[in-house]
Design a protein around this ligand. Structure first.
Ligand SMILES: Cc1cc2nc3c(=O)[nH]c(=O)nc-3n(C[C@H](O)[C@H](O)[C@H](O)COP(=O)(O)OP(=O)(O)OC[C@H]3O[C@@H](n4cnc5c(N)ncnc54)[C@H](O)[C@@H]3O)c2cc1C
Length: 274
């Protein structure tokens, strides 16, 4: 039997791209899946990698392996940098290109620092495996450095972990970091009491989980506070650097800051000039 002529190119093997590819099984098309990473990532469990309860291999799987039984699908590793609409080709970073009849862009989202991209090195966001392992390293190194720090103020800054943004990711992170500090690591250090670690969740709005019903926001805030998280509401972060954050009129020295405050669409729309 000859191969179908119609060529569908899917860019992005996240939830969207994979679900579409699954739904096209049996259709009279051949499919090329292009992703800049070799793995599909289950982002909802990334916070558990960042807080040591899951290994990277438990949230990521090779795309090629996931699609191995689909003889109609070719998987390519490549970073798309543009679309040649007139020529109907996807343009790749390495100078290559892939022709398409139908194009599907499913490239997801990235962090947004609301005009403060300079904050990113001090406050990484959580979107990729690398983000999760970098955050994990920062959290664990803060405790290691605190163990050796003799200056009380510097030690307190090392033991202060700030999460900016009270959406689902910020709430999950705050809850698991405080459990890590107060339970998992308890008793493993000699010069610090990890239960003294402060986990502070800063939300600019007047409640966390703003997209949920108010009573659920309230429930979540109380649950976090019971766990030992300090929830700060109503004051946006206005300054952020290696030493800490400023929100409202308060400066909070903190050596570990995690950004969970905003996302923006991938640049795919720009490729299309729309
Ligand atoms: C920490 C976290 C927790 C979350 N928790 C939940 C939850 O509990 N429940 C829930 O419903 N949702 C949750 N989400 C949201 C959910 O993960 C996303 O809505 C979903 O992943 C979006 O799917 P997508 O296919 O649009 O994009 P993605 O899953 O982001 O996939 C995009 C794919 O495109 C690829 N790509 C991007 N740019 C290029 C390029 N230029 N060239 C080639 N490939 C490219 C990427 O490598 C990636 O594989 C969470 C997200 C995060 C970050």
């Amino acid at each position: 039997m000859s191969e179908p002529e119609h060529h569908v190119v899917v860019v992005g093997a996240g939830f969207g791209g994979l679900e579409l590819t699954r739904a096209l099984a049996g259709a009279a098309v051949r499919i090329t899946m292009i992703d800049k990473r070799n793995h599909h990532l289950f982002q909802p469990l990334l916070y558990q990698v960042a807080t040591t309860s899951l290994a990277t291999s438990e949230v990521a799987w090779p795309i090629r392996h996931l699609l191995r039984r689909r003889k109609d699908v070719t998987t390519l590793l490549g970073t798309v940098t543009g679309i040649d609409r007139a020529g109907k080709r996807v343009v790749l970073e390495d100078g290559g290109s892939v022709p398409f009849d139908t194009l599907v862009l499913a490239t997801g989202a990235r962090h947004a620092y609301f005009g403060h991209d300079e904050w990113e090195p001090f406050a990484p966001g959580l979107k990729t495996i690398e983000d999760a392992t970098a955050i994990r390293r920062r959290i664990l190194l803060a405790f290691e450095q605190a163990e050796r720090e003799t200056d009380p103020a510097r030690r307190q800054a090392l033991l202060t972990l700030v999460i900016v943004g009270g959406g689902p990711t910020g709430v999950e992170l705050a809850g698991t970091i405080v459990e890590l500090a107060h339970d998992t690591l308890r008793g493993e250090f000699r010069n610090i009491d990890t239960r003294q670690a402060r986990v502070v969740l800063i939300e600019a709005g007047d409640r966390i989980l703003a997209n949920f019903a108010p009573q659920l926001s309230d429930y979540a805030r109380k649950a976090l506070e019971r766990l030992g998280v300090t929830v700060e509401l109503g004051r946006p972060v206005t300054q952020l650097d290696a030493e800490g954050v400023v929100f409202g009129d308060k400066r909070l020295p903190a050596r570990t800051i995690i950004w969970a405050a905003g996302v923006a669409a991938s640049p795919a729309a720009e490729w299309l000039g729309t």
